[in-house]
Design a protein around this ligand. Structure first.
Ligand code: DUC
Ligand code: ZN
Ligand code: ZN
Length: 475
């Protein structure tokens, strides 16, 4: 171990005396940082050019939010509230140091063009590092034969496909083609699993009798639609013998499909999100149009589903906890009200904000209340997403040689969540009024303090684009 002086260099920064947590250990140590990387972990270290006293604090890997949407083009006239300035800034305030949003191919568009467009949207704006997933909506021969293999080699090694939404969904044959390509090229396929025809049929029935209020969104997208599509996605992946990640799992029905597949030894991974732990379908039943704030897909369900999701988090069926931050302002003609404030639920943009509250919510309800250990928290929120998306060993851990992406938490800080303490550009938070214990106090990205005591010290645009390597599917 390097003591910081043996190489004739001192440290740029020493984080002294904190309790460090990784995906497997919790230990007291000081951390020496030089040139943006962790270069020493020891009981004691010589002074650095800068020092942070972390006594009584938790020193965790910065979070990796591997499912968030910023400035993603939409097809209904709406506009996402967060771009690459406000989205990553909000993430950083919540203890996240890497974000992975989606470069989405429009049908008929070249995938490479979608990636170029997304780089232009991101360039020079982000305060923290970022990578891209792709969204494949038009898997033509050219896309599968040439564009996608070349993009995978260029560091875009994961892509999302959909079984629902008319402008995004693939049929089973197309899903098989994408999975075969992913297997051949060692990429990871993420699947949004909801049965499109069940949803379309139920939606027609509901609209026919005038049931168009926001709360009917949940009725139109029942757990059975998610269970069926999850089962089908797993079956298709099994035919190809390709790994998949089922994203934003909302409850026990889909969870059990994943658990059963994993018991059979299949490389099926599961992701869940805060909205499935902390919201229910009742939150779509607010007066007037207010329920639209909580319209997302799959929808939040009920208390039993929340318990199932906790179980999946505890027993390892879920490997990843992401925000699925999809930000639309509520009181805005480009947001939730793009089709007016009396519009049918089918015309309300899907998605809720949560990139800043993701970690504090799980920490407070999970770690502080004793549902999960600190290492499990680190696995779910940082280490596993870094591994699965090919960002290890740079991101997602505290180890010699890793990027110094670190969040120093005050584990006792009491916070009441209100929208005005958050840094996204959305005009509401689904978690308004919620009491939280524990919040990140200092956030460090590649050795630079970007957040300290509620202030941003990092410059917009300092964040770097990350090329992802091969997904580590031996999680
Ligand atoms: N559902 C998605 O599939 N994507 C973004 C937001 C949402 O609710
Ligand atoms: Zn989705
Ligand atoms: Zn999403």
């Amino acid at each position: 171990m390097d003591d910081g002086n043996t190489m004739g260099n001192s440290f740029d920064l020493v984080i002294r005396g904190g309790t460090v947590a990784t995906a497997c250990d919790v230990f007291k140590a000081s951390i020496g940082i030089r040139d943006g990387r962790i270069v020493a972990l020891a009981d004691d270290l010589p002074r650095g050019a800068e020092e942070i006293d972390a006594t009584g604090k938790l020193v965790l890997p910065g979070g990796v939010d591997a499912h968030c949407h910023f400035d993603q083009p939409t097809s209904d006239g709406s506009r996402m509230a967060d771009d690459f300035r406000s989205g990553p800034l909000s993430a950083a305030f919540g203890g996240t140091t890497t974000v992975i949003p989606f470069a989405c191919q429009q049908k008929g568009q070249s995938l490479r063009a979608a990636v170029q467009d997304y780089h232009e949207r991101a360039d020079g704006k982000s305060v923290i590092d970022y990578a891209f997933h792709l969204i494949v909506t038009d898997p033509t021969e050219h896309v599968l034969g040439q564009e996608l293999p070349a993009l995978i080699r260029d560091g875009y090694t994961s892509f999302k496909i959909y079984t629902t939404y008319d402008d995004l969904k693939l049929n089973d044959r197309q899903i098989l083609e994408v999975l075969a390509l992913a297997k051949r090229e060692h990429a990871l396929t993420m699947i949004h699993a909801e049965n499109a025809d069940i949803i379309a049929w139920l939606t027609d029935q509901l609209e026919r009798v005038g049931h168009t209020a926001p709360r009917y969104h949940a009725a139109a997208r029942p757990a059975i639609a998610e269970r069926e599509a999850t089962h089908r996605a797993i079956s298709l992946a099994e035919v190809i013998d390709a790994p998949i990640l089922v994203v934003h799992v909302s409850g026990g029905e889909a969870l059990n499909q994943i658990a059963e597949a994993r018991h059979r030894g299949l490389r099926v991974f599961g992701e869940t999100c805060p909205q499935y732990l902390f919201l229910t379908a009742d939150d779509l039943n607010l007066s007037g149009f207010e329920g639209a704030k909580h319209i997302c897909s799959p929808p939040p369900r009920d208390g039993a589903s929340q318990q199932s999701v906790w179980r999946g988090i505890q027993d390892g069926t879920f490997q990843i906890f992401s925000s699925d931050h999809a930000p639309f302002r509520f009181d805005d003609a480009k947001g939730k009200k793009v089709a007016g404030d009396k519009a049918s639920f089918t015309h309300v943009p899907n998605g809720i904000p949560g990139v800043e509250t993701r970690l504090p919510l799980l920490f407070s309800e999970g770690v502080v209340k004793g549902k999960i250990s600190l290492p499990r928290f680190v696995q779910l929120t940082a280490t596993n997403p870094a591994r699965l998306y090919g960002l290890m060993p740079r991101k997602g851990t505290i180890a010699i040689g890793a990027d110094a992406d670190i969040a120093i938490w005050d584990p006792e800080k009491k916070v009441t969540v209100t929208n005005d303490i958050l840094h996204h550009d959305v005009d509401y938070t689904p978690y308004e009024g919620r009491q939280i214990v524990g919040w990140p106090q200092v956030v460090i990205s590649r050795g630079e303090i970007v957040i300290r005591d509620g202030r941003c010290l990092g410059k917009a645009g300092r964040g770097e684009f990350l090329e992802c390597g091969e997904p580590d599917i031996l999680l």
